[in-house]
Design a protein around this ligand. Structure first.
Ligand code: GDP
Ligand code: MN
Length: 387
C-alpha cells in the first residue's frame, strides 16, 4: 500500500523525523487559505502516487496569493503519468543548502533490512547508483539489534555528509528505520533529505509503502490508502475487515471463506447468472459482522438478488443462522436472498431460518439449487420457476 507524500510525512513526524508543517487541500480557495495560515513562501505539491512530480510541473514555489492561485489552478487536475491530481499539499517552503538521500528497505536476497544513504539527493537515485555507485552507501542492519545511533553515524560519515550535520543525519536515519519497522513499511525513502542554511536536517519528500498484510496491526493506518483510487464500497469493506470485490452483474455473492466464495461465483455463472460483487464475510456468526456484510452487498443498486452461501465448519450452522436472523431483522432486505446452509448443524440452522419466516429470505440445501434459485429471482421469476 503506497502512501501519498503528506501521509508518509505524517508517519515520519510520528517517529520524530523532522518535516515541514503543511495542509492537504482540494481546491484553489482552500490552498489560498492554507497558505495564509502557513505563511509565505509556500510550496505547492501534487499528491499522486508517482515520483518525478517536480520535473512534471507538479511542485511549485509560491511567494504570494497570486502565485498560489496560479500554481494551485495549474496543478489541481493535472495528469502526471496517468495520475490525476485531486489533492494538493501546501507546505512552508524550505531554504535548501544540500539535498541528501536516505532510504530503508528490505534486501530480500540478504534477508536483511538495508539502509541507503547518499549526499547526491534530489535527483533520480538510480542514476547515482549507476554512474557513481561509490556515492550511494548501502549497509545492512541486524534486525534484532536495530539501527543504533553509532551505525547511523558511520553511514552518514561513509556517505560524506557535512561534519556539522552528522548528528542530524544519524538522527534522521534512526527515525526512518523506526518508521520502517514500527509501521511495518516495505519501503521508507526520503529524497531529498535536506540540510537547511541553519543546518537543520529535514525530510522534504516522503515515499512510504506499507505492508498491506500487516495493516491489522495498525488500524490507524487503514485510512491512509488513497481513496481516489479505490472503489468506495471496497474501501468501506476493508475498513470493516471484509474482502469485497465489485463486478458487473446483478447477483450479490456472500460467503464465509474465500474458497467458498470463489466456487459460488462459478456455480452462479454456470446457472446462467452474472455476479454483481462478492464478499467474504469470513468465519464466525457475529450478527453485527453479518449485518455489515449484507449492507455492503446491498449498497450496490445493480444487485437484484443475493446468494449467501454458508458452510458450517468450526462455526456451526445454527450459530450462523442466529446471526443471520438478527441481521435480517435489522436490515429487512429489499431484494430476495437465497441462503444455502450446509455443514455442521445445517439441519438445525435451516430449521431456525425457516421458523423465523423472514420475508424475502429463501433457503436452499445445495449450491446448485441455491444458484438456480438466485438466478431465477434476479430475473424476476419465483424460486420455483424453470431456468
Ligand atoms: P518529486 O519530484 O516527486 O521527487 O518531488 P519532491 O518533493 O522531491 O520535490 C522536487 C524538488 O522540488 C526537490 O528536489 C526540491 O529541489 C524542490 N523543492 C521541493 N520543496 C521545496 C522547498 O520547500 N523549497 C525549495 N527551495 N525547493 C523545494
Ligand atoms: Mn522527491
Amino acid at each position: 500500500m503506497d502512501l501519498l507524500e503528506y501521509q508518509g510525512k505524517q508517519l515520519f513526524a510520528r517517529h520524530g523525523l523532522k518535516v515541514s508543517s503543511g495542509e492537504a487541500v482540494g481546491t484553489v480557495e482552500q490552498a489560498v487559505q492554507a497558505a495564509q495560515r502557513i505563511g509565505y513562501p509556500v510550496v505547492l505539491k501534487a499528491q499522486v502516487l508517482t515520483g518525478g512530480r517536480g520535473k512534471a510541473g507538479g511542485v511549485k514555489l509560491a511567494a504570494d496569493e497570486a502565485q498560489v492561485r496560479e500554481h494551485a489552478a495549474s496543478i489541481l487536475g493535472m495528469n502526471i503519468r496517468g495520475h490525476v491530481v485531486h489533492t494538493l499539499w501546501v507546505e512552508r517552503a524550505s531554504d535548501i543548502a544540500s539535498e541528501y538521500y536516505a532510504a530503508v528497505l528490505l534486501d530480500r536476497a540478504a534477508k536483511l533490512p538495508l539502509v541507503m544513504f547518499s549526499t547526491e539527493g534530489g535527483v533520480d537515485i538510480e542514476d547515482v547508483a549507476r554512474s557513481h555507485p561509490e556515492k550511494l552507501v548501502r549497509e545492512h542492519v541486524d534486525p534484532l539489534e536495530g539501527l543504533s545511533r553509532e551505525q547511523a553515524r558511520r553511514i552518514a560519515v561513509a556517505g560524506g555528509a557535512d561534519a556539522d550535520v552528522l548528528d542530524g543525519v544519524a538522527g534522521a536515519l534512526v527515525a526512518l528505520y523506526e518508521v520502517w519497522t514500527r509501521e511495518d513499511a516495505t519501503l521508507a525513502e526520503i529524497n531529498p533529505l535536506i540540510v537547511t542554511p541553519e543546518r537543520d536536517v529535514r525530510a522534504l519528500d516522503a515515499k512510504v509503502s506499507l505492508d498491506g498484510n500487516a495493516l491489522f496491526r495498525h488500524p490507524e493506518n487503514r485510512e491512509l490508502s488513497d481513496p481516489e483510487n479505490e472503489d468506495e464500497l471496497e474501501r468501506r469493506a476493508s475498513q470493516e475487515g471484509l474482502q469485497y470485490v465489485k463486478l458487473d452483474g446483478d447477483i450479490g455473492i456472500l460467503g464465509n471463506g474465500a474458497g467458498l466464495v470463489m466456487s459460488t461465483l462459478d456455480v452462479v455463472a454456470q446457472a446462467g447468472g452474472s455476479p454483481a460483487n462478492f464478499l467474504d464475510a469470513g468465519g464466525g456468526s457475529d450478527a453485527r459482522k453479518i449485518s455489515q456484510a449484507v449492507e455492503l452487498i446491498l449498497a450496490n443498486d445493480a444487485v437484484k438478488a443475493v446468494l449467501f452461501n454458508i458452510f458450517g465448519g468450526i462455526t456451526r450452522g445454527d450459530e450462523v443462522a442466529k446471526g443471520l436472523i438478527t441481521a435480517f431483522r435489522q436490515i429487512k432486505p429489499s431484494v430476495p436472498f437465497v441462503v444455502r446452509l450446509d455443514g455442521t448443524n445445517d439441519v438445525e440452522g435451516r430449521r431456525l431460518l425457516a421458523e423465523a419466516n423472514l420475508p424475502n429470505v429463501h433457503t436452499a440445501r445445495t449450491m446448485d439449487e441455491a444458484a438456480r434459485a438466485v438466478v431465477a429471482l434476479a430475473a424476476g421469476h419465483g424460486v420455483g420457476a424453470p431456468g
